[in-house]
Write a protein that binds this ligand. Structure first.
Ligand code: PLP
Length: 408
C-alpha cells in the first residue's frame, strides 16, 4: 500500500493551530541544503533553530543512530545504559559540572534546573529561599514553569495562574538585579546571549556582576545554554568565554544534532538536592538520543569545527555588511559565533517575517528573533560556498522587497 499524499494545506485541517509553518514542506536534507516536495533546493541557515549543528543527516550521526537502533532503543530509568553513561562522562570531563541529568528538551532541562534550585534553597536555607529572578526578553521554554521564568509576558497570557515567586530584572542592567536580589532568592537564570529575545549578548561586566551578586546572597547562577551551547559561539559552551562559572547549566537543541535530548549539568553539591525519587523522566537518557549526542560531542569538539566558527561568522558578517552598504536596512549586526542577529532599521521594525518569506522565495531559509531581527543559526560545518550562496540569495530578497516597497 502506498503512503497517502500529504501537503501543507493538510496542516490546517489536522494540527492544533499553534504554529504557522512555511508554505512548502521539506522532505530531504543534506548538510546545509534542504529540498521540498517539489524538488526546490534551499540553503538552510536556520539550522533547525540552532539544532542541526552538523547539518542534515551528518554521516557520523546517521551511523551512530543506525548502530544504536539495531542494538537497544529504550530502557527507562529503571536501568542505566552505556550511551548515557558515556555522554555524562564526556560532559563532566568537558565542563565545570560533576553531575548530569538527562531529559528530552530545553524546557525540560530548565524545569529540572528551576526545581533543583528551589530544592537546594529549601535544603540549605529553608522554605523562604524560593524566589527565582530572570531577565526581561529571556526565553526558557513553554512548560508552565519555564514560560513563567521567561521574560516575555505574552507567552503566559491566558495561562494564569502561573507559578509564583518569579521576578524579572532588566537584562544587562546590574542595578536592576541589585534591587531585586535578596537572601530569599534561590536562583538567577540567564542566557549568555538572549536568542529568542533578539540575539542580545550579555556584557562581560554584567555577567561578572551577576555572579558576584549571586555569591553575596548564596544564590545559584543558572545559565540557560539551550541555544548558545554545543559549539555555537566557538566554545563548547558560551560560559567558557566569560570569566564566570555557573552552578547549573542547561543544554538541549544542538546536543542531539536533531535528535531530541536535553541535559542539566551541575556540581556534586547542588546535585545532592535531587535525591532518589525527587525528579525524573521516562525517556531522559534514552540510549538512542545519547548515542547520537555522543557522536555530536565527539564531532563538534574536533578543533576544525570549533575553530572554524570564527571564520564562518566573518563570512556571514561580510555578506550582511555588503547588503547593508547597498541598502542600509540593518541597524546592527550582533551575536557571537554562528548565532547571528541583524536588527532591521526602525522603518522596517515589525517586518522581519516579511524578509524571512522573501528570503525563502530566493532559496535561503532564515529565522527571525522577534519582529525586528533576522536571525541565523546555521550548522557549524556549513560550507563557505553555502554561506556565499545564502548571502547572495538574501541580497536578492532584500532588493525585491525594497523594490516592491517603492512601488507601493
Ligand atoms: N531556552 C532557550 C534559551 C531556548 O532558546 C529555547 C528554545 O528556543 C528553550 C529554552 C526551549 O527549548 P525547547 O524548545 O527544546 O523546549
Amino acid at each position: 500500500m502506498s503512503e497517502q499524499q500529504v501537503n501543507r494545506a493538510l496542516f490546517n485541517d489536522v494540527m492544533v493551530p499553534n504554529y504557522n509553518p512555511q508554505p512548502m514542506v521539506p522532505v530531504r536534507g543534506e548538510g546545509s541544503r534542504l529540498w521540498d516536495q517539489d524538488g526546490t533546493e534551499y540553503v538552510d541557515v536556520t539550522g533547525g533553530i540552532a539544532v542541526n549543528v552538523l547539518g542534515h543527516c551528518h554521516p557520523r550521526l546517521v551511523k551512530a543512530l543506525e548502530a544504536q537502533a539495531s542494538n537497544l532503543w529504550h530502557l527507562s530509568n529503571v536501568f542505566t545504559n552505556e550511551p548515557a553513561l558515556r555522554l555524562a562522562e564526556k560532559l563532566v570531563n568537558a565542563t565545570f559540572a560533576d553531575r548530569v541529568f538527562f531529559c528530552n528538551s530545553g524546557a525540560e532541562a530548565n524545569e529540572a534546573a528551576f526545581k533543583l534550585a528551589r530544592k537546594f534553597g529549601f535544603d540549605h536555607y529553608g522554605e523562604e529561599k524560593n524566589e527565582i529572578i530572570s531577565f526581561t526578553k529571556s526565553f526558557h521554554g513553554r512548560t508552565l514553569f519555564s514560560v513563567s521564568v521567561g521574560g516575555q509576558p505574552k507567552y503566559r497570557q491566558g495561562f494564569e495562574p502561573v507559578p509564583q515567586g518569579i521576578t524579572h530584572a532588566k537584562y544587562n542592567d546590574l542595578e536592576g538585579l541589585k534591587a531585586l536580589i535578596s537572601d530569599r532568592t534561590c536562583a538567577v537564570v540567564m542566557e549568555p546571549i538572549q536568542g529568542e529575545g533578539g540575539v542580545i549578548p550579555a556584557a562581560p561586566d554584567f555577567v561578572r556582576g551577576v555572579r558576584e551578586l549571586c555569591d553575596q546572597h548564596n544564590v545559584l547562577l543558572v545559565f540557560d545554554e539551550v541555544q548558545t551551547g554545543v559549539g555555537r559561539t566557538g566554545k563548547l559552551y558560551a560560559y567558557m568565554d566569560t570569566d564566570v562559572i555557573p552552578d547549573i547549566l542547561t543544554s538541549a537543541k544542538a546536543l542531539g544534532g536533531g535528535f531530541p535530548v536535553g541535559a542539566m549539568l551541575t556540581t556534586e553539591k547542588v546535585a545532592a538536592s535531587f535525591g532518589i525519587g525527587s525528579h525524573g523522566s521516562t525517556y531522559g537518557g534514552n540510549p538512542l538520543a545519547c548515542a547520537v549526542a555522543n557522536a555530536v560531542i565527539d564531532e563538534v569538539t574536533r578543533p576544525e569545527i570549533l575553530e572554524g566558527v570564527a571564520h564562518k561568522r566573518t563570512l556571514f558578517e561580510q555578506g550582511l555588511e555588503e547588503i547593508n552598504a547597498k541598502h542600509g536596512i540593518f541597524k546592527e549586526i550582533r551575536g557571537k559565533g554562528l548565532l547571528i542577529g541583524a536588527e532591521l532599521i526602525e522603518a522596517w521594525h515589525g517586518k522581519a517575517g516579511e524578509f524571512l518569506a522573501a528570503a525563502r522565495e530566493q532559496g535561503v531559509l532564515i529565522l527571525v528573533a522577534g519582529p525586528n531581527v533576522l536571525r541565523m543559526a546555521p550548522a557549524l560545518n556549513i560550507p563557505d560556498e553555502d554561506i556565499r550562496a545564502a548571502m547572495q540569495a538574501l541580497q536578492a530578497a532584500v532588493e525585491k522587497k525594497l523594490s516592491k516597497a517603492d512601488q507601493v
